[in-house]
Write a protein that binds this ligand. Sequence first.
Ligand code: PMV
Length: 310
Amino acid sequence: MVAASAPGKLILFGEHAVVFGEPALSVAVSRRTAVHCRPGERATVNDEPLDPGRHPYLAVALRWGDPTRPLALEIESDIPVASGMGSSAAVTVALLACLGNPRGPLDRETLARGGFEVEHEVQGRASPIDTTTVTEGGGILLLPEPEEGLLWTIRRDDRVWHLHRCDLPPLTLVVGSTGIEAATGPLVASVQARVDRDPSAREAVARIGAIALEGREALVHGDVARAGALMAENHALLNGLGVGHPLLDKLVEACRPHAYGAKLTGAGGGGSMIALTDEPRRVTAAIQAAGGTPYMVSTEPRGVVRNARA
Ligand code: PMV
């Protein structure tokens, strides 16, 4: 039996724009997915036959293993599915960690690259932000140019992402899930179509990238008021790109009196929003009263680990 677990993630600034190679900032969070693998007669997930329609990330990731030795997978997770909290990246990277040599050291760069390939294949188009964040843990900054703190560089087509470690002060974040599951691939494709036909959408993508850099500066210097204002601007730009949802707006609005700022996080179209606050109980109550499901999370320094239960 081999087991591995990986944390969830939240994108603080820059989702969607990062797919075009713009800067983005994300952080691993204190919820995890664990994958336990043992040899089986056929591939199974929690004792059911593996269904690639239901588990596309697992089906693609398993191709990185030995096809002649089917695996029985047991998945345990406290990351809500399709909520913008990185459940697919966590399960993908944890499984890839199980498929490597169980006695060798974990090669995080190879896992992050493999995880990106899997996400790219399943979603049709993707950035490496989710898979690098859950692999490495802590804060991650994607930049079009390398800087101090460079972890690795990933290229695809004409896009290049330099992935950096980014030390952030501890942040209190409350996630508000709409409970509406929206697949990432079609949302990413819809933003691409909008950018192709509308120059102002291209400008919005560039402004989101600039916000990610300004947001990093604000957070690193403890200027949470500025970070909150940037979150509000980022949220409005994402709405303009067509990935918002009325319930996300309602949750963002409900948090306003008790938060520095709030915005949708991840692919949108439903999914979740985040609020940056030092009144997490009030924000939690506000999200609940507005019809969302709140999750209080803290930042998580530990990325993927092998042979540890979630
Ligand atoms: O909602 P999630 O966790 O799948 O995040 C998607 C983030 C996007 O920027 C929309 C896509 C990507 O691959 O970066």
